[in-house]
Design a protein around this ligand. Sequence first.
Ligand code: SF4
Length: 273
Amino acid sequence: MSVLNLRSLAEDDDNYIEGVYNYCNRWCERCPFTARCLNYAIGQEQFPDEESRDLNNEAFWQGLHDVFAQTKALLVQMAQERGVDLEALDTPESRAVWQAREAELEKQIESSPLHSAAEAYRQMVDGWFKESEDDFRAKGDELTMLTRLGVAGLDPEAIAISLADAVEVIRWYQLFIGVKLMRAISGAIDEEDDDPEMLAEFGRDSDGSAKIALIAIDHSIGAWGVLLAAFSDRETETLTILAHLDRLRRATEREFPRARAFVRAGWDTGEAA
Ligand code: SF4
C-alpha cells in the first residue's frame, strides 16, 4: 500500500488518532498506540521484517527511497489541492534565503545553554557506562549467586529485569533529549513570526517538543534512581548525573513554561489505545 493510499485510509478511518506520533517518544515497541498510529502503519508497510529494517540491507534503502518518493508525491498532491505551485516557490533566491535562515538557526541553537547541557549529558552517560563495566559484571555475578542460594524474600531475576530496563530507558533517551530540545529551540525561533491567536488555538510545536523532552528527562531521572540504588560504588558519579539532569529539567521548564500543559493528541486527550 502506498503512502497516498494510507493517507486516504487515514482520512476514512476513525481508528487513527491524528498526530499521535507528533510528540511521542518514538519507542514503538513500548507504545500503547501502535494500532492507532498512521506513522506506525506506514513503517510496518514499508519495513515489514527484520531484513527491511537492517541499515546494511538494500531492502532498507529501497524502502526509504519509496517513502521519500511517496511523501514527495503526497506533498505535490496537497499543494495542488491548495492551488500552490511548488515549482514557482523553488527559486535560487528563495533557496539562498532559506540557507541563510538555516545557518542562523543553527548558530542560535548551538549557543543555547539547553543544547550544551543536553550534549554534556550525552557524554556523561557514555562515560558512566564505560567506567561501570566491571560493576555490571560484578552485579551479574552477585545476582547469579543469589539466584543459586534462593534467599527468601529476594527476587534476583526481578532485580536484573529492573536494571536492564533502567539501562534501556537511559540509552533510549540519551540522544533523544538533545534532539527534542533542539527542535523546541528552533521551533520557538520559527514561531516568533507566527500569529499569536493561531498559536494559542493550535498550540506551539516548541512546547510539544519541550514537553516530550521533559518527559524523557523525567523517565531518565527515574531510571538513574534505579542505578543509584544498585551501584553504591558509583554513587558520586550517579548523583552528579542526576543533579545535571535535574538542572536541565528546571532550565527547560523555565525556557518553555507552557510545555508541561501542552496537550498531545492521544497521550493527553484520553483516547483508548
Ligand atoms: S505514536 Fe507510538 S507507534 Fe506511533 S510513532 Fe510514536 S511510539 Fe511509534
